[in-house]
Design a binder for this molecule. Structure first.
Ligand code: DC
Length: 211
């Protein structure tokens, strides 16, 4: 690996890890892979074609045939795609189909930033820096609700909080690659931080990891 710098960012939905990961990638001049997009694309394709999200074998076939073009669908950024992603992400053959592609991305020089749920634990256990970005369910639900309302979508805070709790339970409770901090991850709780504060804290963690 030489001087290659791999930064693994994991954490629950709506904790701010995507923003932090993208900004770290820019700051340290590294390519960035949002691994949630892979699961989102699979969930979206399954739903669009009317397939059963619980069909592990079928979902794995979609995963194996995934095309980079499939990741450009603007609907993938939305809340609904996140729910679909979480459903297909429980299937071990789906996860297995995506491992090599993610590791290949991480292995390139000069390194990479990857964000997801199992980057520090399964995909890149040797990552130089691992950050587990989290925030209380209430804070995450508030941020997500404000974000959706700002886009003109009327959603109730209580509904979003319920969905976040459900997603946390599904992502953390699955048997394969559950959401959890790696033993050597630094926990970054963004509950009391704004975007800028969270980013600065993350840069500090990376610099400490490099020292
Ligand atoms: O990070 P995100 O919100 O885009 O992820 C959507 C869902 O995809 C998440 O609830 C669980 C799943 N996921 C996963 O299981 N493993 C990853 N590395 C990334 C996402």
């Amino acid at each position: 690996m030489g001087k290659s710098l791999v930064i693994a960012i994991d954490g629950p939905a709506a904790a701010g890890k995507g923003t932090i990961a993208a900004r770290l990638a820019e700051h340290f001049h590294l390519p960035y892979l949002d691994t949630g997009l892979l699961y989102r694309a699979i969930g979206r394709i399954m739903a669009d074609r009317g397939f059963d999200l619980d069909d592990a074998e079928f979902a794995a076939q979609i995963a194996m045939a995934l095309d980079p073009e499939d990741l450009n669908d603007p609907r993938l950024r939305g809340h609904e795609a996140g729910e679909l992603a979480s459903r297909v992400a429980v299937h071990p053959p789906v996860r297995a189909a995506l491992v090599e592609m993610q590791r290949t991305f991480a292995a390139r020089d000069p390194g990479a930033v990857l964000d997801g749920r199992d980057i520090g634990t399964v995909i890149c256990p040797d990552a130089k820096v691992k950050i587990f970005v989290t925030a209380s369910p209430e804070v995450r639900a508030r941020r997500r609700t404000d974000e959706l309302n700002a886009k003109g979508r009327e959603v109730a805070y209580e509904t979003i909080l319920g969905e976040i709790r459900e997603r946390d339970a599904r992502d953390s409770g699955r048997t394969t690659a559950p959401l959890k901090p790696a033993a050597d991850a630094v926990i970054l709780d963004t509950s009391a931080l704004d975007r800028e504060g969270a980013f600065e804290a993350a840069v500090g963690i990376v610099q400490a990891g490099l020292a």
